[in-house]
Design a protein around this ligand. Sequence first.
Ligand code: MN
Length: 128
Amino acid sequence: MKNGTLILVVEDNEANQLLASSVLVREGYRVELAGNAKDAVDLLTTNRPDLILMDVQLPGEDGLGLTRRLKADPKTAMIPIVALTAHAMVGDREEALAAGCVGYIAKPINTRTFGDQVRQYIIEATPA
Ligand code: MN
């Protein structure tokens, strides 16, 4: 099932990019990386990921702004987006959901649980 599943990771921090992609590749997913909103939008013109992992804090347009934009575009609106948030602060989850995210994963990334968290979101996003 997950063979061929494509995940777009939008994350500006190189260490987090490496951490996330190494776990996801080990789990059998295909991974595309974007370091900012513009690169993510460019990738989305030619890629249709099954899930987007969206860092909230990006240089330039932030992750929630980009999420709102993707949700407003019929070409990308159906792609589930999970926020990656560095601050597990009260209100962050609500803000991510209000922007159109299906949920969030708190950073720092825990390599022991990250694969399960991602898999759960993909299962939830897959029509029964
Ligand atoms: Mn960031």
